[in-house]
Write a new protein. Structure first.
Length: 170
């Protein structure tokens, strides 16, 4: 009888340890996903800054090209076959504004993608936390079930059976 109780206790403790280890694993996974989400947002901001820098450089190139057109036109060095200075400036603005706009749009896209990916990682972290909570609850329920089963078995062993023969008076 004591052997049965001891085995039930050992079984319950082993199940509790297993559930605790599983809960700890889920918590660690959640923390790793939180860190990964922060890193994803950081990378998104970093890439967005690169695109903003490209946009700024495009704007600067356009302004320099327009200044060069003004200088050449002012000095009389304009090639008569390349068009008038105003047409060249408009063309430079068209190309420059397109490149600038693309770089700005890319910056927004990169940030939005990073934010979406980070949100998915945060959701996965939440799921891992819920799994950890479930593992803890499973440990408690498993322990209670093992204790109840042991008590039931103890009662079965310690209570005499009523199926024995009865003596009748006759």
């Amino acid at each position: 009888m004591w052997f049965m109780i001891a085995m039930a206790v050992v079984s319950a403790v082993a199940a509790a340890k297993k559930s605790q280890a599983q809960a700890a694993q889920y918590k660690a996974q959640a923390q790793a996903l939180d860190v990964q989400a922060q890193w994803t947002r950081f990378e998104g901001r970093q890439k967005a800054l690169e695109y903003k820098k490209r946009a700024s450089e495009e704007l600067e190139k356009t302004l320099l090209y327009q200044a060069r057109i003004n200088a050449q036109a002012g000095a009389g060095l304009m090639d008569p076959f390349s068009g008038n200075p105003m047409g060249l400036k408009i063309q430079a603005l068209d190309v420059g504004s397109t490149n600038y706009g693309m770089a700005k749009t890319n910056a927004h896209i990169v940030r939005a993608q990073a934010a979406a990916q980070a949100e998915m990682q945060i959701n996965l972290a939440g799921q891992a936390r819920m799994a950890a909570k479930s593992a803890k609850q499973s440990m408690l329920l498993g322990g209670a079930a093992a204790a109840g089963q042991t008590y039931y078995q103890y009662q079965q062993v310690s209570t005499p059976s009523s199926t024995g023969t009865t003596s009748g008076t006759g």
